[in-house]
Design a protein around this ligand. Structure first.
Ligand SMILES: C[S@@+](CC[C@H](N)C(=O)[O-])C[C@H]1O[C@@H](n2cnc3c(N)ncnc32)[C@H](O)[C@@H]1O
Length: 241
């Protein structure tokens, strides 16, 4: 994405958080400005128009903030003709263990995008997954143990219709030093968020792919690290028709 468009989109996506405190605003700018996954999702047209998306471990709702800001820019004629257009009419639900973060997201986004965002405090393992066609879990699956991961994958598969999308990013446990660095950073961020130092249950990417394929998903893997020395991989898993 051209840097001028990215800056403009970053300003739009993070502006709603400005009135909720410097920390939330800066957090959003840091995350959306530096994590390559947000631009990649737009460029690859991952979400179709009208998608009903549930973001598990949604934090402050930055995924919704990003896509809804992009749509708003396009509606205002501020999206360049030569850049892949953003999807229209997305609706986001979210579930976040830290309820106060979900509340920040609601307070930032609901007044600007009525009926398009609903974030709740709670555990993703108990989230309501009815009535949606896309589920995102970005950098969260490793916080629950292996048996719970498997149960959640089963639940996700049952909730999605044919052609439905499960989007996730995981650390590749076979990623050597890069994996260990990403774990260190992850633990640091979790600590700042108030999670203390959680145990993490990671798998090699090939094990994630096997677990998804065994449930009837077709899986595409893309390294998703930007300039960071991490071993993160985005998995785009679609339910086979
Ligand atoms: C590394 S952050 C990622 C946040 C967000 N997905 C993003 O990409 O900006 C992980 C988030 O998952 C949340 N989380 C961890 N375990 C969870 C669970 N069992 N249910 C819901 N959220 C959880 C944490 O509170 C944290 O906000």
């Amino acid at each position: 994405m051209k840097s001028s468009l990215k800056r403009h989109l970053l300003d739009r996506a993070t502006a709603p958080y400005r009135g909720l405190g410097v920390f939330h605003y800066r957090w959003g700018r840091g995350k959306l400005g530096n994590d390559p996954i947000f631009c990649a999702l737009l460029e690859r047209q991952i979400f179709p128009d009208g998608a009903r998306i549930t973001d598990l471990g949604c934090g402050r709702g930055l995924l919704a903030a990003w896509f809804l800001a992009a749509e708003r820019l396009a509606d205002e004629g501020q999206w360049p003709d030569d850049v892949t257009p953003p999807p229209r009419g997305l609706r986001f639900r979210g579930c976040e263990l830290m309820g106060r973060e979900a509340e920040v997201g609601n307070r930032a986004l609901q007044p600007l995008y009525p009926g398009r965002v609903e974030l709740s405090g709670g555990d993703m393992r108990a989230a309501d997954l009815s009535g949606l066609n896309a589920i995102a879990i970005l950098d969260v699956l490793h916080y629950i143990d292996y048996a719970e991961q498997d149960r959640l994958l089963d639940k996700i598969r049952s909730a999605l219709p044919a052609g439905g999308l499960f989007l996730t990013r995981v650390g590749d446990a076979e990623g050597g030093l890069r994996f260990r660095i990403s774990q260190l950073v992850d633990r640091g961020i979790s600590f700042v968020q108030g999670h203390r130092l959680p145990r993490m249950w990671c798998r090699p990417v090939k094990a994630w792919v096997a677990a998804l394929e065994a449930r009837g998903f077709k899986v595409e893997c893309l390294p998703m690290n930007g300039h960071n020395p991490f071993a993160n991989v985005m998995l785009i898993a679609r339910v086979l028709p």
